[in-house]
Design a protein around this ligand. Sequence first.
Ligand code: AP5
Length: 214
Amino acid sequence: MRLIFLGPPGAGKGTQAARVAEHYKLSHIATGDMLRRALELRTELGLKAKPFMEKGQLVPDELTIPMFVERIGEQDAQKGFILDGFPRNVEQAELLDQVLDEMGAQLDKVLKFMVLGIELVARLSGRRFCPVCKSVYHLVKQPPKIEGFCDKDGAALEQRPDDNEEAILERLEVYGEKTKPLFDFYAGRGLLVDVDAIGSTDVVFGRLLSAIDR
Ligand code: AP5
């Protein structure tokens, strides 16, 4: 099975992709996670991507596309995948078409996460993550058992540098301008499925499974 999770920043794509990938035994390919890892390792790619990510802008295609093509060519992706954060614009979607053609593969569904803007800002500004195992929390909606520390390994939780007000607003703007055109791109092929992403993570997970199995 090959799925795309499409939705604005903070819609819960990463949270749900991890669970859904485990449920169906798919690879979870998250370009934002890959770029953050590259930055942590201080690779040339990571250092070039840093200023764009900090401002909430898209990293240029000449950096993201080769990284994505290499990742999707890896062995584990051949059994099926969830794309989380890719494609982000029409050029990336067209590139994905070419790659899938070469693989002799097709997309099954594009799940569109529907969340109101005010909820997105609340989710992003309250997000915290574990720098060790990368688990994601929310100060109010998904708090850790001990405030400020990861449930799994006890590490002190951190805030993403692009989860500040200015970068959040820029990310929402970029989403509207560059990523929303993908709704028509995939709706025209009958692949787009709307999913109400408001509600508890368990409720949204259930809705996603129903939409995928339908
Ligand atoms: P990326 O990492 O992809 O960030 P994003 O799209 O902004 O999405 P987020 O990770 O912020 O949100 P999410 O939907 O995954 O939400 P989450 O599950 O964490 O990209 C970061 C940057 O990298 C980009 O700005 C760009 O610079 C660059 N980049 C990445 N891919 C690129 C590409 N293809 N091309 C160019 N540049 C690229 O949840 C958010 C919070 O809400 C959490 O605290 C969570 O606990 C909480 N939450 C989750 N579900 C619920 C729920 N149901 N109810 C209440 N709270 C919830």
